[in-house]
Design a protein around this ligand. Structure first.
Ligand code: PXL
Length: 264
């Protein structure tokens, strides 16, 4: 059985974060392990998010446990602080981990302001050079590439090139339904060739956890021996089904259905 690590936050509501990662790993028949960086809870009256950070020494102990076992691939999600980003980068290097998916989580859905700009700088400088692939959405790609908002496919290509110049080996920018286009467009770039991935747009608000699920699927696919491009294309199909079967958890949030692809 292949082994995977997620270094990420806990989404108490179960749709995103390590909960999404573990559910997705399970669907891919890989063994998931978790190093928790923060705990996100939601206010029952308006679902505003509250992030409780985990002390860096506690994160380090979790990583030591997991890396003593050994892993085939890993991903990062919500990291919470520069100290945790530095720790993650240090451990990736010390253990020579060579299948690394960096999901540069900056904000939760709906918010469009980066809460901790210093985290973005640290991700850019310390984690992107170690990334087998990074999976920003449009907003995150604009932040990492320092290009400002991305509005067109050409903007996405330009940002992808800047992100590769920062040291990531591959990037997939999730345009999704946010781009002004009649299809959902994602752009994969390996430093040589741009590949446009097109899917039917799914008109739903029940897509909480889609980004985490996509990155976790890529991670599992890499652990299972797929090439990076195969891993991305297959993960896109996986998350497309998950979004298609998104469902209403309560009046505020609807998670993707992580297992929808295998239920087909
Ligand atoms: O979807 C981004 C995200 C990532 N990680 C955690 C989260 C969220 C959004 O809610 O809670 C832990």
């Amino acid at each position: 059985m292949k082994k995977t690590l997620t270094l990420a936050g806990s989404d108490s509501s179960g749709g995103a974060g390590i909960q999404a990662d573990l559910k997705t790993f399970q669907e891919h028949q890989v063994y998931g392990m978790t190093a928790l960086t923060s705990i996100v809870s939601m206010a029952p009256e308006n679902w505003s998010h509250q992030v409780t950070p985990i002390e860096v020494a506690t994160v380090e102990k979790q990583l030591k446990t997991i890396l003593s076992v050994g892993i085939d691939a890993m991903k990062t999600g919500m990291l919470g602080s520069v100290d945790i980003i530095e720790l993650g980068a240090r451990e990736i290097k010390a253990h020579g981990i060579d299948k690394v998916v960096i999901d540069p989580v900056m904000v939760c859905k709906g918010d469009d302001e980066v809460l901790q700009p210093e985290n973005t700088d640290a991700m850019r400088e310390l984690l992107l050079p170690l990334a087998t692939i990074t999976t920003p959405n449009l907003f995150e790609a604009g932040q990492l590439a320092q290009t400002g908002p991305l509005k067109t496919i050409d903007d996405m290509k330009h940002a992808a090139e800047k992100i590769i110049a920062l040291g990531a080996q591959n990037v997939v920018i999730k345009g999704g339904k946010a781009l002004d286009h009649d299809k959902a467009i994602d752009l994969f770039y390996d430093g040589k060739e741009h590949t446009i991935l097109e899917h039917e747009k799914i008109h739903t608000n029940y897509n909480h956890g889609a980004g985490c699920t996509f990155a976790a699927s890529i991670t599992a696919n890499l652990a299972n021996g797929k090439t990076v491009k195969e891993a991305v294309i297959s993960a896109k199909d996986f998350v497309h089904e998950a979004i298609k079967h998104g469902w209403k958890l309560n009046q505020f949030v609807g998670p993707v259905k992580h297992g929808a692809y295998n239920d087909k």
